[in-house]
Structures are given as C-alpha cells and as structure tokens.
Design a protein around this ligand. Structure first.
Ligand SMILES: O=C(O)CCC(=O)C(=O)O
Ligand SMILES: [Fe+2]
Length: 320
C-alpha cells in the first residue's frame, strides 16, 4: 500500500503563532492539499465536551420514530435543510443510493442582510430543543475554524490573507449530521450499495467531526483506497470541488468514500458530522490566473458558486 501525506496540523500554531509558525502551517496545509487533498487538524476550537454533547443529540435525533423524522423531510428544499431519509442520495455516477440518512442545518443571517432571501429557515426539531442549540454552536465554531484554514490556504496560494473573508462571510455552508444505519440483513444489501459511494465534495473545504470511526477512505494517486485515521477529537479537513476549480487543480478535491463494515459489525450504526464550507452564491470560481500556465492549461469553464451548486445537486438526485 502506498503511503499518503495526510499530516496532523495544529491550528493553534497558526492562530496564535508567530510569523514563522504561521508560514510553516500555510506551507504544510498547501503541500498536503496539493498532494492528497486531506489533513487532520488538532486544536480546532471544539472541546471534547461539546463534541460529546453533539453526538448525544445526533443519536437521539436518528432514534426518533420514522414518522416523526419524515415530517421534517423537505424535498422542496432539495434536502438542504432538515431530514433526508434513507435511499435519497446517490453518489454521482452510481445507480444504488447510499446506506445513510441525514439532517442538514444551514446559515442564519439577520433579517436585513442582503443574502437573507437566499437561505431557507432551518428546521427546528421540536422533540429535541438541545439538538437545535448544539448544532448551531457547532456550525459557528466550524465556520470560524474554516475561515482560519482558508486564510492559511490564501497565503499558500500567494493571495492576500483575507482573500476568502468577504466571499465566505454569511456563506451558504451546510452542517450535515449523518447516520449510517445498521444493516439488519447483510445478505439483502445490493452488492454495490455502500455507506457513502466514492465522491468528491462540492464546496470549498469540508471539516469533518467523527472520522475517528472506521470506514472513511481516500483514493490515492496510485488508485488505491487508503483509510483515513484521525486522532481522538481531531477533525479531518479536505478540499472540495469549488476550491479545486478555483485553483485549476493545484489543490485536489480527492475522491473518498465510506465503506461498509465487516459482516459481524453491520448491525452497528456509524455517525459522522461534516461541515461543508460554501461561499456566498455570487463567488466567482473562475480559476486564478496564477494557477494557469503552459504546463497547467485552464481546465474549467467560468461559473459562480451558485450555478455550480445547482448543477451538482441535480447530479446527486437531491434537486429535480
Ligand atoms: O462520514 C464520513 O466519514 C464522510 C462523509 C462524507 O464524505 C460526506 O458526507 O461527504
Ligand atoms: Fe464527502
């Protein structure tokens, strides 16, 4: 098996570090994003207590009766808020849906904000008030950590440190709480059905809580699947297609998947919570001129983040 550069980086050395530590952090995240598209991050600002509280609520949510969960499903919102039941999302290019159910929480802005109309209201779980509050807190903390990571990436790309700030301020990010449900009858599962089929994320970067549970794998340059292991409460951060597009493939949106457990563990649930960091829909994703040259010809057409998201949601079956 090939070795893969997924370094463990300490975000505190960037946020509170001197110029030299900040540069070292930018260089390391840029190099890893160029080579494998993945890093793990320690000291991200989320305490163990907060993460434990989150998972307690996530488990309680998915343990609600089916009919209660279904009343929160909003196909008219393309699954972007509230509940998405089993069998709804299919990875691009796959025929069989993923073996998962999930709940999504979006951005909240003040009533007079120019982007207010673009964001549907979040769906509140009346049965679990604490679910609503803890996921809001997690959303805000991951958004803050994500902004620092984007600063470091901007520096690596030779852009002003604040390049992404106005683009992601009040952006269209999504917090997804995921339940990969127990498989009661492994023999009845179609051979090609997996927890999450091989895919790339749509957004700029993804911050994932809970990847310490087995199952997440990345596809290496040698076309081999390599397991991602996070230490303790560390989060996993990876490049999405929007950042890959902006950088004309200099930063790689690496294909990843979540495999099914061995047969004897199929009756166990797996939970995870990714935060898909999106910009506002108006962000221009035209590849940066500095990433285009004779060796690296321009690969993508020019599009805004909003146009691109629409195209992708149709491809994965969430938008009709
Ligand atoms: O559950 C995981 O570990 C990863 C989930 C994922 O890749 C996604 O939802 O895009
Ligand atoms: Fe993903």
């Amino acid at each position: 098996m090939s070795t893969v550069n997924i370094p463990r980086l300490d975000l505190n050395t960037y946020i509170n570090g001197d110029a030299e530590s900040r540069k070292a952090f930018s260089d390391a995240i840029g190099k890893a994003f160029n080579e494998t598209g993945f890093v793990t991050i320690a000291n991200h600002g989320l305490s163990k207590e907060l993460i434990d509280k989150l998972y307690e609520q996530v488990k309680a949510l998915f343990a609600l009766p089916e009919d209660v969960k279904l009343k929160y499903e909003k196909p008219e919102l393309a699954g972007q808020r509230g509940y998405t039941s089993k069998g709804k999302e299919t990875a691009k290019g796959f025929k069989v849906p993923d073996l998962k159910e999930f709940w999504q929480i979006g951005q909240t802005v003040t009533d007079n904000d120019p982007v207010k109309d673009q964001y549907p209201q979040n769906v509140q779980v009346t049965e679990l008030p604490e679910f609503n509050t803890v996921t809001r807190e997690i959303y805000q903390k991951l958004e803050t950590a994500g902004k620092s990571l984007l600063e470091a990436i901007a520096t690596y790309l030779g852009l002003p440190q604040n390049y992404f700030d106005d683009k992601v301020h009040n952006g269209n990010s999504i917090l997804r709480t995921l339940h990969y449900f127990p498989i009661e009858n492994p023999d009845a599962v179609p051979a090609d059905a997996v927890r999450a089929g091989a895919h790339e994320d749509i957004n700029l970067i993804t911050l994932l809580i809970g990847a310490s549970a087995d199952g997440l794998e990345v596809l290496t340059r040698d076309n081999e699947w390599f397991p991602v292991k996070a230490h303790g409460e560390d989060i996993v951060v990876n490049v999405g297609d929007m950042l890959q597009r902006l950088t004309n493939n200099k930063l790689k949106s690496t294909t990843h998947r979540v495999v099914n457990p061995p047969k004897e563990k199929m009756k166990e649930s797996r939970y995870s919570v990714p935060f898909f960091l999106h910009p506002k829909s108006g962000m221009d994703l035209t590849s940066l001129p500095s990433t285009i040259d004779e060796q690296h010809p321009k690969l993508y057409s020019d599009m805004t983040a909003g146009e691109y998201l629409d195209e992708r949601l149709r491809e994965i079956g969430l938008k009709k």
